[in-house]
Design a protein around this ligand. Structure first.
Ligand code: CTP
Ligand SMILES: C[C@](O)(CO)[C@H](O)COP(=O)(O)O
Length: 241
């Protein structure tokens, strides 16, 4: 039987997934090692999890990347560097195995992208609080600002798409929070299928997904202009402090 953590139990472990190739960005080194305000993206993400109070921290890195990532994370309380896999789900699975094997494993796990370096502390706190209150799977999300069309058939016949009701759409961010045992079981059920986020893995296993407010600052560094924007944001923040 799966039990949810008690409302008082907010002890959580965190997994930072940083093993992606960064193909869309097109960098010559792993995207998670690119610098933002003088610090690698993966370090920003790891620091944000520690600042929020993570009691365990696992970082999932590309095969062969141990030296570079150890340097990038130097001095931080990282419990393990784990090699990732071809898909994000493979990387999360490896991170979960390391967390599950750790001593006194925490009841809650947060999974966050190294590619989201500017997650505000309040977002992480909202996610942890919702899981601690009993939600098995919690996702920060924001309203979408573009009008979205869904492809329904071949685009060249002029009838291959339809407009969606934007007021009902949300863009999903990380960190996503889970009851650890629930997520472990959901990943065991997933098999070799690939799903783009961990909430999707839980949903596939039949669990409800709870949305909390995300933040526009938590955007993902996917293409080069995203990194330029993050640099501007972090500099502006320094000027107002
Ligand atoms: N096999 C993978 C794929 C992705 N990720 C991580 O998942 C997060 C979200 O993925 P994304 O930003 O899209 O990164 P990439 O997969 O590296 O980008 P691309 O799809 O352009 O190659 C990133 O922090 C990335 O490092 C991972 O750990 N392992
Ligand atoms: C997990 C995620 O960041 C939520 O928006 C997203 O699904 C990652 O997808 P990607 O294709 O790896 O960018």
């Amino acid at each position: 039987m799966i039990t949810s953590p008690s409302a008082q139990d907010t002890s959580f472990g965190a997994i930072v997934v940083a093993a992606g190739a960064g193909t869309r960005f097109g960098a010559e080194r792993p995207k998670a090692l690119l610098e933002l305000a003088g610090r690698p993206l993966v370090r920003h993400a790891a620091e944000s999890m520690l600042a929020a109070g993570a009691v365990r921290l696992i970082v999932v890195i590309p095969d062969g990347g141990a030296d570079g990532f150890a340097r990038a994370l130097h001095g931080l309380a990282v419990d393990a560097l784990v090699t990732g896999g071809a898909e994000r789900t493979d990387s999360v699975r490896n991170g979960l195995a390391a967390l599950a094997a750790s001593e006194d494993r925490p009841p809650i796990v947060l999974i966050t992208d190294a590619a989201r370096p500017l997650v505000p502390l309040q977002v992480t706190r909202r996610v942890v609080a919702a899981v601690a209150a009993g939600a098995p799977a919690v996702v920060p999300a924001v309203p979408v600002t573009d009008t979205i069309r869904e492809l329904t058939g071949p685009q060249d016949d002029g009838h291959g798409s339809r407009m969606l009701d934007r007021s009902m759409l949300r863009a999903v961010q990380t960190p996503q929070g889970f009851d650890l045992e629930t997520l472990l079981a959901a990943y065991r059920r997933l098999g070799a299928d690939v799903i783009t986020d961990d909430a999707g893995v839980c949903e596939r296993a039949g669990h409800p997904i709870t949305l909390v407010d995300g933040d526009s600052a938590s955007f993902k560094i996917t293409h080069p202009p995203d990194l330029a924007l993050a640099e501007i944001m972090i500099n502006n923040e320094r000027q107002v402090r």
